[in-house]
Design a protein around this ligand. Structure first.
Ligand code: MTE
Ligand code: MO
Length: 455
């Protein structure tokens, strides 16, 4: 496979400075540097002892690599950089990322003839922490982003209810609200995993139809109680106010259990792309159920059999049976670094970093392998570990310069374990498109080039 090394990105790969900086009082013991799994994976205890004192050397091109961080004046104090010699910029009404972060952007994949139909991917490999900035949340629109006047927007609850109700946004904000940190993943995320050959693309442009936000809004149980739902009801059909009036059916039990209508995203009103002024949040279930620009909830006793639950999201299995209404997002993990497009400059101790999540609950454990899954070692989970939320993991890896295959495997608190690719394909066959959550393998070759492999 042809990978042009000149075009490798300079994404930061955390790398150990060896020997340890003298300032660090707790050096890594010899024991900590003994691998606990094949290919050089170290015990996660190394992080407890000294946080690996990773000097974050970059794979070329950075200020640190150019030695700028070390420049001292004659007195031995750090040099005064130019930005300390003049007053800084004035205040701004609404902040933006540093211009240096410009390359961190969503990648767009839209239909050329219908530019409002497509996706944009979150650049997962460039982000840290649990939350996705609202401006980088992935997007999936079937017919563009409606420009909605919030004053004119209404939510109707009707159907099998004693009391149909209509709400303006101003009515809804008077109800008790809740905030939850929840990932949202499109059921079609990672679908290139079903391709015969491993796709060679940066992580985010392949797996980036998943993001994580703090959503704030009103629990539907409260609104439905007020509407007085008929005991015969078992489904709810949700409809959006976009030009396609996208609709989809959701079991009533789930809606009453934990669904809510969100008005805020990461502390501010929802972004237009993510459903302004109102969207449905269906925690842990596939993205398509989380109807944006929500205008109608019809209580019924059967699913509506909309396009997105029949023509799409229904898949033939090898057994001849079909999967349908496969709502829950199963546990999944991705190594974000090293990942495709990054370069390991030389044999050294590296931090393997990644993301894990599960629609069923909390991430219980992530294992990491450097020998293609022959042996595994438990990764360190970054606190807090919340149900149905992004969880960060990391592992220390002593790379000896030989080719290695890196994998991560998530398990959640229901006991579900992320499958190897061949197990997923054996179960689901070759007609798969949705719900691809297999273990992802990255090969690091002897030159430190990282590529995607099926292994
Ligand atoms: N009204 C409406 N709701 C919608 C969609 C849409 O096109 N129209 N796309 C759905 C799909 S397939 C997904 S994956 C999520 C994407 O949400 P996001 O764009 O906020 O990431 O919204 C869902 N809700
Ligand atoms: Mo989706």
């Amino acid at each position: 496979m042809a990978i042009d090394k000149q075009r490798q990105s300079t994404t930061a790969i955390a790398r150990n400075a060896d020997p340890a900086p003298a300032a660090n009082p707790v050096p890594v013991s010899i024991d900590d540097m003994q691998p606990v799994a094949g290919g050089g994976i170290l015990h996660r205890r190394v992080f407890l002892r000294r946080g690996l004192a990773l000097a974050t050397a970059l794979a070329g091109g950075s200020a640190a690599a150019a030695g700028q961080a070390d420049v001292n004046d004659a007195s031995g104090l750090p040099a005064i950089p130019p930005w300390m010699r003049t007053p800084g910029q004035p205040f701004t009404p609404y902040g933006h990322p540093s211009p240096h972060e410009k390359p961190v952007a969503r990648r767009i994949g839209a239909n050329r003839l219908v530019p409002g139909n497509g996706v944009s991917w979150t650049p997962l490999e460039d982000l840290g922490g649990m939350l996705t900035p609202s401006g980088l949340h992935f997007e999936r629109h079937h017919n563009g982003v409606p420009q909605i006047d919030p004053e004119q927007h209404r939510l109707l609850i009707h159907g099998l209810v004693a009391q149909p109700l209509t709400f303006a946004i101003d009515d809804l904000v008077r109800y008790p609200m809740q905030s939850r940190l929840l990932f949202l993943e499109c059921g079609g995320n990672s679908n290139a995993g079903w391709h015969q050959e491993p796709i060679q693309r940066p992580l985010g442009s392949f797996h980036g139809l998943v993001s994580c936000s703090e959503w704030t809004g009103v629990p539907l149980a409260i609104l439905l109680e007020q509407a007085d739902v008929d005991p015969k009801a078992s489904w709810i059909i949700a409809e959006g106010a976009d030009a396609i009036a996208m609709n989809i059916s959701i079991p009533l039990a789930k809606v009453v259990d934990d669904c809510f209508v969100a008005i805020y995203q990461n502390g501010e009103k929802l972004r237009p792309e993510n459903g302004y002024p109102l969207r449905l949040i269906v925690p842990g279930w596939e993205g398509v159920l989380n109807v944006k620009w929500l205008r109608r909830l019809q209580v019924t006793d059967r699913p509506v059999m909309a396009r997105n639950e029949t023509g799409k999201y229904t898949e033939l299995l090898p057994s001849g049976k079909a999967r349908q209404f496969t709502f829950v997002i199963d546990a999944k993990s991705l190594i974000t670094s090293p990942s495709h497009g990054q370069l390991l400059p030389a044999p050294d101790v590296y931090e393997i970093r990644g993301l894990a999540w599960s629609g069923r609950g909390r991430i219980k454990k992530v294992d990491v392998s450097a020998d293609s899954g022959k042996t595994w070692a438990e990764a360190d989970l970054q606190e807090p570990v919340l149900s149905r939320c992004f969880t960060r993991f990391r592992s220390a890896w002593k790379w000896d310069g030989h080719p290695a295959i890196l994998k991560s495997r998530a398990a959640d608190d229901t006991g579900y374990v992320q499958p190897e690719r061949n197990a997923l394909v054996a179960e689901r066959g070759r007609h798969g498109y949705f719900h691809y959550n297999a273990i992802v393998a990255w090969e690091v070759d002897e030159d430190g080039v990282v590529s995607h492999v099926y292994a």
